[in-house]
Design a protein around this ligand. Structure first.
Ligand SMILES: [Zn+2]
Length: 284
């Protein structure tokens, strides 16, 4: 449900609503067959997860071709930018009426490497077990990338009246050297220039449709373990060597519990920040 709400919210952020059109638009959105889009999203996610984009070496060209064929079949203009052998970014855009600046949906296509013996289902199978899709990238971030692609498909198929350009940008090499996004910034900054908003992964930039201000806390997901042995744990995430020299592995918070590690206490920083923002609201 949360995913479906996120899809609907992202769509709503892009479409043109005049007071007189609101009811008609709401009727339009209500008439959308969300269940069939949801089924399609699951099928496409399975397909996407089966593309092995372990980085290194990445091989994101295959994932870019996946989006290229998908968007072509919906008539969505898109381009694959191959910047090195088997390394590519994909850009797609749905034009709005220009009354607002573009919204960029940014995702990365590569995943960290996976050790099959630690998996219930093969990491590039896209298998469904007990109602959950398994695959490397199912959480980081082929899930969100695929949802962003669904936003494009739905906006195109339903002919939603966009008031801003809806830009989809899938990049390579986020997990190792950021060469994919660096290529965009160096060679094609025009693709994202002038954008008003950009949505991508992370704990602090997801907005759920609830009332009030939402403070998401993303803390201690990755910390340094005391030795290399812990990286083999079932819950560990093996992070490739960092280009700036650090070669230490990282693990998720859950794998560190009970191992004598000090996790940072997020409360003070969080409360300080929230208090600061409240003060800003009182004295803008
Ligand atoms: Zn990621």
């Amino acid at each position: 449900m949360k995913r479906r709400a996120l899809l609907a919210t992202t769509l709503l952020a892009c479409i043109s609503i005049r007071a007189s059109d609101e009811t008609r638009l709401e009727m339009h959105l209500r008439a959308i067959r969300w269940d069939s889009y949801q089924d399609q999203a699951v099928r496409l996610l399975q397909k996407y997860l089966r593309i092995d984009t372990s980085n290194p070496p990445g091989n994101e060209q295959a994932a870019a071709e996946f989006f290229h064929k998908l968007f072509d079949s919906y008539g969505i203009p898109n381009t694959v930018f191959t910047y090195a052998p088997a390394r590519a970014n994909l850009y797609a855009v749905l034009k709005g009426d220009g009354t607002l600046r573009p919204l960029v949906l940014l995702n990365h296509m590569d995943v960290v490497r996976a050790e099959p013996r630690n998996w219930k289902a093969p990491p590039f199978s896209g298998q469904i077990l007990n109602g959950e899709v398994y695959g490397r990238g199912a959480l980081d971030m082929k899930d969100e990338g695929l949802l962003q692609a669904m936003v494009m498909l739905i906006a195109a198929r339903e002919r939603l009246p966009l008031k801003r350009d809806l830009v989809f940008l899938a990049t390579a090499d986020e997990e190792v050297g950021d060469a994919g996004s660096a290529w965009v910034l160096k060679n094609r900054p025009d693709l994202v220039r002038g954008a008003e908003y950009l949505i991508t992964e992370g704990g602090t930039n997801l907005v759920y449709p609830v009332k009030g201000t939402v403070y998401n806390i993303g803390v201690a997901e990755r910390i340094l373990p005391p030795d290399r042995g812990h990286r083999e744990g079932a819950h560990g995430v093996e992070t490739p060597r960092h280009p700036r020299g650090s070669q230490r592995p990282c693990v998720r918070q859950g794998a560190c519990r009970g191992r004598g590690l000090q996790l940072p206490d997020p409360r003070h920083g969080f409360i300080d920040r929230a208090e600061g923002e409240r003060a800003d609201e009182r004295h803008p």
